[in-house]
Write a protein that binds this ligand. Sequence first.
Ligand code: ZN
Length: 252
Amino acid sequence: MAGYRVPHPEKPHIQRHARKQTLTARVVGFVLMWSIIGVVALTANRAIPREHLPWKTLALVDPIGAATKIKAARTGEDPAACREVLQQGGVEFLEVAPRASGFCDIHDAVRMEAGMAPLSPRDAPMTCKQALAVSIWERQVVQQAAFDAFGQAVVGIDHYGSYACRRMYGQDDAPVSEHASANALDVAAFRLADGTVVSVQKDWTDAGQKGQFLHAVRDGACKVFLTTLSPDYNDAHHDHFHLDMGGLTKCA
Ligand SMILES: [Zn+2]
């Protein structure tokens, strides 16, 4: 009986057909995958707040988000972009003349004049990157925490200095401090509108609102500054928060 002959799978025209089908399936799969990725990315770009998206520009009005720290560090590296964000956020500042001496070096620095709770002492030169981080932290962390804890604003921030030509902990063999390039700020206390002073030294261990406020302010700083050191870190920081935008990421 003459029966149907099953084509041999190894015949060349069958192999070509199979290869063509496989290639078509791969191309369709590839296009489909990238279409889905594109739609998801576009939807996320519109739906997710910009403080969580590292590719969107930084603004001082943005709440703290997942991308705040990386955007502050990146924007701060660009002198023009850094100043633009400060200006658009209503922060007034003066330019600080560059100076260098030994391992100490101030460049791309500003001195904040208005647009945030005044620093005391007023003369606190900071790299634009550090000034930007301080501005974000003051507006989105410190003021928010003060309203949450005390129902009032912070009207002054006392500090122990931003620029100091020294090595870490003042030791001769230690690495150069971020203070030596005005890339840091040592915050000692916060002054509230009603005159109340909340001090890191006195109130860090307070079980009440002052202690809660200071811990909220430290935790928020960790989301903005590359390095945040509090009394939890060591005895050298028992009376201040060290905040800096240097290379090391540390939160303690
Ligand atoms: Zn310090």
